[in-house]
Structure formats: C-alpha cells, structure tokens
Design a protein around this ligand. Structure first.
Ligand code: GTP
Ligand code: MG
Length: 293
C-alpha cells in the first residue's frame, strides 16, 4: 500500500518550524534565523520513500497582522489548515499561548490528527519539561504529545515514524524526485534575505524583499542577478553600507550558501532599489508571490 499526504507545521514565530522541516528533509530548504517572521511563505518540502510521500509545509509564524504583507502571510497559515492530513502544532519551552485565539480553536477542534511538538527541550531541565508537558497536554487534549529538539535531532525520528503511520493511503501527489514546490529563484531570494535578517537591525529586514531577475545556468557556473528592495531611500544606504561593505558581505555569504545548495559555482550580482511601501501594496505583493487568494 502506498501512503501520501500533507503534513503542515504551524505555531508561533521562532519556535523552530523551519528547523524541523529541514531536519526531516535533510537539506537546508527553509532559511532559519533567531529573528521572528523569518519564514514568509508556505514552503513545501517533500520526503519521498518507496511506499510513501510525505509533503511537509513550513509556514510563517502566527502573528496578528499589522500590514498587508503580514495578512498575506497569515493566509498561507490558513491554507495550511485546509489541506492538512496531519497537523503539527509546534510550541517551544517557556511558551504559554498561541498568539491568535481563532487559530488555537482550529487546532483544538481539529478533526484530523494533531501532533503537539514541544521544541527546544535541550534548553530546559527535567522539572521545567514536566511542567510544560502538563500545561500543553491539558490545553490541547486532542493532540499526541512529543517533546523534541529539532536542532539536536532528539525524538525527531520518532515523530517522523508516527507521521508515516498516520499518512492516508494515497498515490503520490508529486513526482518522486521532486523536493519542493518552489522554483530555484525562490531559494536565491531566501538565501539573500537570510543574510539580511542576520546582519541588519530592527526594522530593516522586515522592510526588505528580494527578487531574482536573472538565473542563468551555464555548464560550470550559475549566473544570478537579484535586486534587494527596500521601502525608503534611507534604508537603501544602510543596506549598502560604508563603501558598499555591508552589501558585499551579504553577497559573499549568500553566494557560499547557494553554491552548497545548487552544488555548483555561483556568480551573484546584487543591487538595491527603493520600492515605496511595497509591504502595503497589493500589486507589488502579488508580484512577489504573496496575496494568492
Ligand atoms: N536550542 C534550540 N534552538 C532551536 C531549536 N530549534 C530551533 N532553534 C532555534 O530557534 C530559532 C528559530 O528557528 P526557526 O526554525 O527559524 O523558527 P521558525 O518557527 O521557523 O521561525 P519563523 O519562520 O520566524 O516563524 C533559530 O535560532 C534556531 O536555531 C532547538 O531544538 N533547540
Ligand atoms: Mg520559519
């Protein structure tokens, strides 16, 4: 019997959703940083076996949207409730509640299996772990509970095995050699955005969108040109930095990651452009793959 289904990972920002998906896939598909709202899209990661296909969805952390971009991010989360065969609800040690009541109700009233993963237990002691386990099992009584460390791999294999058990009988939804639903350019954008999240402070990373305009694969090398979009002229200067040093660093680090990801030499050209208030502009958001309703 062949099994296949959608396994959608949801939870608050920064709890480790992307780390878990990458651990399952065994590749750095989703970017990971210590900042909240690292993930902005719903990203499929597909694990293929001879007799199964597990289609994981990494989603943005749940927040109360303050502007159009965030509203669109929450639409991705909503869509992850609609087609899930198994729901993974991830919380982290020390967390007390989900930031959105309506989503929380959807989880606790879910008719499909829910796995409640308490992540980052490497950061806790036995006493704290027991107290948190108790709290969450009472809050989400319909879920199966697993304490894990996505970072260190603790209990991750057990969760994986349980998901396989829960997958419905079904033929594969995607070709068996497919790893994700996103095109190559998406991963270029994300690699660059990750470096921006890592190296710039406060509002800057949240005002940035990256668009890869050129992706041209030659025999020995892939040539890419990407534009970093910011909302205001002052942000442009900050991104570029003194004599272009800050931008250079982003380009160098992103290129290294991309060479690993594509297994090939990469030439990456970066430039910065102001795209006024793109985060609140429906047309711009659609252009960047948001607002897909
Ligand atoms: N100590 C510890 N840190 C972890 C673990 N899993 C993830 N992290 C860290 O938590 C931070 C957030 O991880 P992400 O995987 O980006 O979290 P996310 O839930 O995808 O975050 P958003 O995309 O912003 O919603 C990163 O610094 C990770 O290294 C874990 O098991 N233990
Ligand atoms: Mg993420």
């Amino acid at each position: 019997m062949h099994k296949a289904g959608f396994v959608n990972i949801i939870g608050n920002p920064n709890v480790g959703k992307s780390t878990l998906m990458n651990a399952f896939i065994g590749e750095k598909l989703s970017i990971i940083t210590s900042k909240a709202q690292t993930t902005r899209h719903r990203i499929l990661g597909i694990v293929n076996g001879e007799d199964f296909q597990m289609i994981l969805s990494d989603t943005p952390g749940i927040i109360k949207p303050a502007y159009e971009l965030q509203a669109s991010m929450m639409d991705f989360v909503k869509s992850a409730f609609e087609d899930a065969d198994v729901l993974i609800y991830m919380v982290e040690i020390g967390e007390k509640e989900l930031k959105d009541d309506a989503f929380f109700k959807k989880i606790t009233n879910s008719k499909i299996p829910v796995l409640l993963l308490l992540n980052k237990i490497d950061n806790s002691n036995q006493e704290q772990l027991e107290e948190q386990a108790q709290l969450w099992q009472v809050k989400v009584p319909n879920a199966e509970f697993f304490p894990i460390s996505a970072l260190e791999g603790f209990n991750v294999q057990n969760v994986f095995n349980r998901i396989i058990e829960l997958l419905p009988a079904s033929p594969a939804f995607y070709p068996k050699d497919q790893l994700t639903d996103k095109p190559e350019r998406f991963f270029v954008n994300e690699a660059i955005r990750e470096k921006i999240l890592l190296h710039y402070k406060k509002e800057i990373p949240y005002a940035v969108e990256v668009d890869t305009e050129e992706f041209f694969e030659e025999e020995e090398i892939i040539r890419m040109r990407s534009v970093i979009m910011v909302e205001r002229e002052t942000q442009k200067g900050i991104i570029i930095g003194h004599k272009g040093s800050a931008l250079k660093r982003v380009g160098m680090e992103a290129r290294k990651d991309l060479e690993k990801f594509f297994g090939k030499q990469v030439h990456l050209e970066l430039y910065v452009k102001v795209n006024k208030n793109w985060r609140s502009n429906q047309t711009q958001l659609r252009r960047f793959g948001y607002n897909q309703k």
